[in-house]
Design a binder for this molecule. Sequence first.
Ligand SMILES: *Cc1c(COP(=O)(O)O)cnc(C)c1O
Length: 455
Amino acid sequence: MASKKDVIRVDLPDSEIPKQWYNIVADMPNKPAPYFHPGTKQPIGPADMQAIFPMELIMQEMSADRYIDIPDEVRDLYRQYRPTPLFRARGLEKALGTPARIYYKYEGGNATGSHKLNTALAQAYYNKQAGLKRIATETGAGQWGSAMSMATNHFGLDCTVYMVKVSYEQKPYRRSLMETFGATVHASPSPLTHAGQAVLDEHPHSTGSLGIAISEAVEDAATHGDTNYCLGSVLNHVCLHQTVIGQEAKKQLASIDEYPDVVFACVGGGSNFSGMSFPFLQDKFKGGKVRCVAVEPEACPTLTRGTYAFDYSDVAHLAPISKMYTLGADFVPAGIHAGGLRYHGDSPLVSQLFHEGIIEAQAYEQIPVFDAAVQFARTEGIVPAPESSHAIRAAIDEALRCKESGESKVILFNLSGNGYFDMTAYDMYFHHTMKDSKVSDASIAQGLKGLPVFG
Ligand SMILES: *Cc1c(COP(=O)(O)O)cnc(C)c1O
């Protein structure tokens, strides 16, 4: 057995891929609030969601069972890239001169480059089982669209991706990757849906947003009997599927007799953070001391500066209202390079855990995030995704605090993806054309004016 003294990389055999997903709802001190219908403002049940989701996923969305079995076929697909490796960041530790031990779980090694494949495979599987022919979905930066394209391709489903226009234009290779896996990709807002056309009528040059693209994909699914909708983050079942990450990380650390003092993961919609942290929070609910910290961009500071309220999930108010930290469904964040972190809201589960003081949150500007990304690339040899680099920044700062105090803490972070499709962003960083952008209080207040009104 490797020991923590000399370990660099911890691998597990594929028999150690979890057989079940962990559902944190079973252990949360308070149960999550229900979803509400955006039109009637009444609580919604399983029947209301059937227009766009298969029943198995609806049941998972509403489940309070602690463990949910991973279907054999999905687990077999996981074997192509799981268990993912856990690394000790020796190079980074040395460069920082920290007494802390830093570990990271690397989810960027699969063919689509991020953790999102963990849920894409599961969602495609359940839709195939339910007899669907096509999936409609949105993508911001392109990672989710890539994962869904690969998953639908495997199961012989068609895939239509509404890609936020600014990314569609700036990231042509992400588009090509989706097309390679057989998907049809439209720039959003598109004239193909009422939701997209309505935005184009008002703003012909709109560069799009995740909230608009979600509206288009939901409308497409709701108006076609053979088509369902898939979302890459936020929802309970998506967070659930990602818990393979934290379950594996726990086993890997245990195999070298380690346990983290603090866990960092970036948060966009929250599934990546959930996947890494929920299995550790399971220990915390039983009296464990681990700190779990969600790291977000200052340009979209949902947890650190948003409001905990019921809000719409999308611009056209087609998807359910949920209770979450939000900047308002009409909030359009600056075009920062961590495109996967630009959603106006957050997972209801992550939001509730934050509201109840069970987890923490931090926010960073993008230039210090890229400083950390480059330091990581040069010391560890992996080019990190801009999104993941938020967690790296936070882990480095924690390690530097350990250097001040002399504490040898164990720090764990999730490297949710690689950055090889993001070299334009790195290019801007190196040539000093990247800008920090902090949101004004006024624009947050403006975004929150559109919160739903009940009764
Ligand atoms: C999408 C994405 C994120 C954000 O994930 P959430 O689950 O929405 O918080 C983080 N890292 C990478 C690499 C991503 O592609």
